[in-house]
Every structure is written in C-alpha cells, then in structure tokens.
Design a protein around this ligand. Structure first.
Ligand SMILES: NC(=O)c1ccc[n+]([C@@H]2O[C@H](COP(=O)([O-])OP(=O)(O)OC[C@H]3O[C@@H](n4cnc5c(N)ncnc54)[C@H](OP(=O)(O)O)[C@@H]3O)[C@@H](O)[C@H]2O)c1
Length: 316
C-alpha cells in the first residue's frame, strides 16, 4: 500500500514544488501603456524578448535595443506578430562599446519624444574584453547600462512618473567589487578559470544592485524610481558561452528547475508596471516581491564609489 501511494505522492509534491518554488508569482498589474515608450535592452531573445512582447501587448511603443542588426530585425517581426502591435522599433545598441551606447542615446533622443520605462535587461556570461578594454561582464552587464541610463535620465525625468528596471540576479549574492582590480585592470577579477568567470558574473550582478541603490538616492525628489531584480532561473541562451560541462548541467537541471521566458519576465513586468511600489525605489525584487539583501548589496560607500569610478570610466 505504501509503495502504491508513494509514486503519485511524489508526482504531486514535484508538481506543487514546480508551481510554487520554480514558477512562482505573476505580475498582477493591469496597467495599460498607450502613449508610453519603453526601451528593453537585449530584447532579441530570452527574457528581454518576452518582456518586449508583453509591454507591446499593453499598448507601449517598444524600442528593441539589440546589438545585432540581423537578430534585432528578426525579433522585431516576432514581437510585432506576437503582440499584434505595430508600435515596435529596432535600434542598434552594443553595450560592449561606449561609442555605440552614445550613438544609440543620441539617435533615440533625436527621434523619440518620450521615455517612460527603461529596462536594462541585456546581460552575458562571457569572458573577454569590451571594445574599450573593460572586462566583458563588467562592461556589458554594468558599465554600458550605467552610461545608457545616465544619458537618458533627463528624458525620463521630463516624462515622470517613470521607471528604470535593472535585471540583476541572485548571483549577486556571491559577488564582490574589487575596486583596486577595477582601477588597475579595468576588470572585476583577474583570473580566467571557470570559477573566476562564475565569480565575475556574480560581481557584475552585484554592480547592478549597487547601481540601483545609488541611483535611487540620486533620484530622490524626482518622479523617476528604480528597481533591481532576480528573474529566477530561466531556460534562455544565457549559458551559450559557458563551459561545455556547465552547459550540460544547466540544460539537464533546467528541464525541471527553470522557468519559461514568459514566467521569467514576471518580476521585470512587476517592477516596470505595478502601481504603489514607488516607495520601494532602490530595492531588489524577486518573485514579484521586494527582498532583503546582504549588507554588501546596500553598502552606501561601495555604491557611491562604484558610481564615481563608472563616471570616470565613461568620461561623464
Ligand atoms: N536566464 C537566467 O536564468 C537568468 C537568471 C538570472 C538573471 N538573468 C539575467 O537576465 C537577463 C537576460 O538574460 P537571458 O537569460 O534572457 O539571456 P539571453 O537569452 O542570453 O539574452 C541576453 C540578451 O542580452 C543581449 N546582449 C548580450 N551582450 C550584449 C551587448 N554587448 N549589447 C547588447 N545586448 C547584448 C543578447 O544579445 P545577443 O543575442 O545578440 O547576444 C540577448 O538579447 C541578463 O541580464 C541575465 O544576467 C538570467
């Protein structure tokens, strides 16, 4: 009898675990976005693409800010088709090039009168250097978005209430910011092993949380608010540059433990749309809920220092 009940019991437990722990909550906001403009970086695939579709369905004019013309234009057709909206535009943005960030911002500010929501979603897990000589994950995951946000801040202020949403990760928990290494080597850690790359990804995601913490302070008294978030573990292309072993482990674990991109976009949508969270500006969210973070992720001195070194690196 015990064994007859064991199998269905385990199946039910697994189902409940997947629904509650893996999939989690959905964005409950009914906010419509007609007349509003949103930028989503890295929106040709993964969470960014689904986020763009969901925002276009709500009536927003959505700018797909992607590095590849070919992938960006293919995504443009998909987003238009799946959202049923024609208010979707592709604009080229390579976050690994500060020149490209500047030219994107210039083009955007010249051609688009509004900016209501900026979603800094793009990210990668890849070693190497950016065009400007910064560590790739520091350069793309943090510095490119730092410059982009600063160049667009006046437009966000003019259009307030407006929001900046920074897609971070729970990986920020194992991150640290080594300012000496940044100063000397323009990267977050010097090593090149698999463990180092894991560490650097976490460091870059800690930068996202610290950037949001400092940005919220600097935005006090304006109508712009900002949030960082962990989207969950999602089946996307993020691990495409990882070691073959890591790819194999993740793709097997992913079958049960990862969300779909639509499920993975829910916390981003919550931070972008949910009414009444303005008093939580600067906070970190996961599963559509504001969370406590370790002291290192709300460290006033470190977030100010990161802001200042980032300004210096970007020449602003
Ligand atoms: N998937 C997860 O489990 C997970 C968990 C926690 C946090 N996140 C975060 O979620 C965000 C979205 O990741 P994802 O999982 O959707 O990954 P993804 O499928 O790999 O999508 C990443 C997007 O970022 C773009 N990107 C990469 N480098 C860029 C650059 N230099 N300039 C402009 N865009 C660039 C990619 O463009 P290309 O296609 O041209 O490379 C792609 O559109 C990232 O910030 C990631 O760190 C993901």
């Amino acid at each position: 009898m015990f064994y007859i009940l064991l199998v269905p019991g385990l199946v039910v437990l697994a189902y409940v675990f997947r629904q509650v722990v893996v999939i989690g909550r959905s964005c409950k906001s009914n906010t419509k976005l007609h007349g509003k403009t949103v930028i989503v970086t890295g929106s040709n695939t993964g969470i960014g693409k689904t986020t763009a579709i969901e925002l276009a369905k709500r009536g927003a004019r959505v700018i797909l800010a992607c590095r590849s013309k070919q992938r960006g234009e293919a995504a443009l057709q998909d987003v238009k088709r799946e959202s049923g909206s024609n208010q979707v535009v592709f604009m080229q943005l390579d976050l690994a090039s500060l020149k490209s960030v500047r030219s994107f911002a210039e083009n955007f500010l010249k051609t688009e009168p509004r900016l209501d929501i900026l979603i800094n979603n793009a990210g990668l897990y890849m070693m190497g250097r950016t065009e400007d000589g910064f560590g790739m994950m520091f350069g793309v995951n943090h510095l490119g978005h730092f410059l982009l946000t600063n160049l667009l801040l006046d437009r966000l202020k003019e259009c307030g209430p407006s929001r900046v949403v920074n897609v971070s990760s729970t990986a920020h928990n194992w991150g640290r910011v080594d300012f000496d290494c940044l100063n000397t080597h323009r990267t977050l850690r010097k090593g090149t092993s698999m463990l180092d790359s894991f560490g650097i990804y976490g460091d870059s995601k800690l930068c996202n949380v610290l950037f949001t913490h400092e940005l919220a302070k600097r935005l006090k008294g304006t109508k712009v608010t900002c949030y960082s978030l962990h989207p969950g573990g999602i089946k996307t292309e993020l691990q495409r540059n990882a070691d073959a072993t890591v790819q194999m482990i993740l793709s097997n674990l992913g079958k049960f433990f990862f969300k779909t991109p639509l499920q993975g976009s829910q916390t981003t949508l919550h931070c972008a749309l949910q009414e009444g969270i303005e008093h939580l500006s600067g906070r970190y969210f996961s599963n559509c809920t504001a969370r406590s973070v370790y002291a290192k992720a709300r460290d006033d001195a470190a977030s100010k220092k990161l802001w200042e070194i980032s300004e210096r690196f970007c020449g602003i």
